[in-house]
Design a protein around this ligand. Structure first.
Ligand SMILES: C[S@@+](CC[C@H](N)C(=O)[O-])C[C@H]1O[C@@H](n2cnc3c(N)ncnc32)[C@H](O)[C@@H]1O
Length: 359
């Protein structure tokens, strides 16, 4: 994790590369927490900086710490947001490092957290990164191309059982076992290398009769590989509780998910905070067990017809948001996620002078 100083060459204008989903709804949900001068939003998924730009334009008291694991996204968003000067801090990190990022760049609890999960249109459109099944490309799929296993490594080295498990769990693929078998058989002849060859194998393996309901035959396998390559679900499991812990009292978290596995993780973390932790049957709910979050959305919000027409990427979005009511009670603090003390949270709540957080 480090603030980006050297920026790799940009390849175009960030604003043209990705249309932010439910942009105004996200800003409106965050706005009450970001009105005070010096208030801080952590945009955990900076991408092309669309959401961050709207916050910086519409909420003049706020500054944004923008995290992305993709150096190319940081470079493009950095150029787009340069006009905001020190109101914007780009950070190259994985978002489960939010605790350390906040400690380093905010110096205490923050007023807002935004997560717009998944890949950006930039990543899908860059053919040679291998995210899109529509284009033949090297089987890479790393959001941070400087580290980790590629999709080809997964296909070439995982045993058949693990491949089937990944396809079943992360892709919800009915034909996981059959596909895993075919992948292993094919690699005995020559190693996996290109996405086009994988698409061909999937077309040949998945019965044509199921295609009417199941969409493109490669959709679920590509999703599963991307999730595995980037460790997306384990990272999110750690990140959502840590993001909630990073919030000051009255701070707000907004999360946009694009598939059910992600949404389930977000829903569970928010539900822990909005539900009483008192054992059933007590005559009076102890103060320590009352909810520490208030839900700001009724269940998950979806895109309306207007948004769908404007932005097809919004078709699968599920948006959830919550406000911190009080510090997380000691018995519920996720030890792995956050070591912030109640004292820290209270100390920073409502004290948005901006002085203590500026660098
Ligand atoms: C859907 S895009 C965000 C788009 C952004 N809201 C905008 O308006 O331009 C998601 C971004 O999050 C980044 N990302 C995904 N998972 C991440 C993680 N675990 N840590 C840090 N960045 C991540 C991706 O690299 C991608 O750039």
């Amino acid at each position: 994790m480090n603030a980006t100083e050297d920026r790799p060459g940009t390849t175009g204008d960030a604003a043209d590369r990705h249309l932010p989903v439910l942009l105004q709804r996200c800003v409106d949900l965050l706005a009450p927490a970001l009105a005070e001068p010096g208030s801080v939003l952590v945009d955990c998924t900076l991408g092309m900086g669309g959401h961050t730009e709207a916050v910086l334009e519409q909420l003049p008291g706020a500054r944004v710490i923008g995290i992305d694991r993709d150096p190319q996204a940081l470079a493009l968003a950095g150029a787009r947001l340069a006009r905001f000067g020190d109101r914007f801090t780009p950070v190259h990190a994985v978002y489960d490092e939010i605790t350390e990022v906040v400690d380093e760049h905010a110096g205490g609890a923050v007023q807002g957290v935004l997560m717009d999960l998944g890949v950006s249109s930039l990543q899908l459109d860059e053919a040679d990164r291998g995210f899109a099944y529509a284009q033949d490309a090297p089987l890479d799929m790393r959001m941070d191309s400087t580290q980790g296993l590629t999709a080809a490594d997964v296909l070439n080295t995982y045993d058949e059982r693990d491949l089937a498990r990944i396809l079943r769990e992360y892709g919800e693929e009915r034909f996981a076992g059959k596909i895993a078998r075919a992948v292993v058989r094919r690699r005995a002849e020559r190693p996996w290398d290109r996405s086009g060859e994988l698409v061909d194998l999937l077309r040949a393996t998945i019965p044509a009769a199921t295609r009417k309901t199941g969409g493109h035959p490669a959709k679920r396998t590509f999703q599963a590989l991307r999730i595995e390559v980037n460790g997306e679900l384990e990272v999110l499991e750690r990140a959502v509780p840590a993001a909630i812990e990073a919030l000051a009292v009255d701070g707000r978290i907004v999360v946009e998910s694009y598939q059910s596995l992600e949404d389930r993780i977000v829903k569970r973390a928010i539900a822990q905070g909005t539900t009483s932790s008192a054992p059933p049957g007590l005559p009076v709910e102890p103060e320590t067990h009352t909810p520490y979050l208030e839900a700001l959305t009724r269940g998950a919000e979806e895109a309306d017809a207007q948004e769908l027409e404007r932005n097809p990427r919004s078709a699968s979005v599920r948006l959830r948001a919550a406000r911190r009511l009080r510090p997380t009670p000691e018995h519920l603090v996720d030890r792995g996620a956050r070591h912030q003390t109640q004292h820290q949270i209270q100390h920073h709540a409502g004290k948005h002078t901006g002085k203590e957080d500026r660098r």
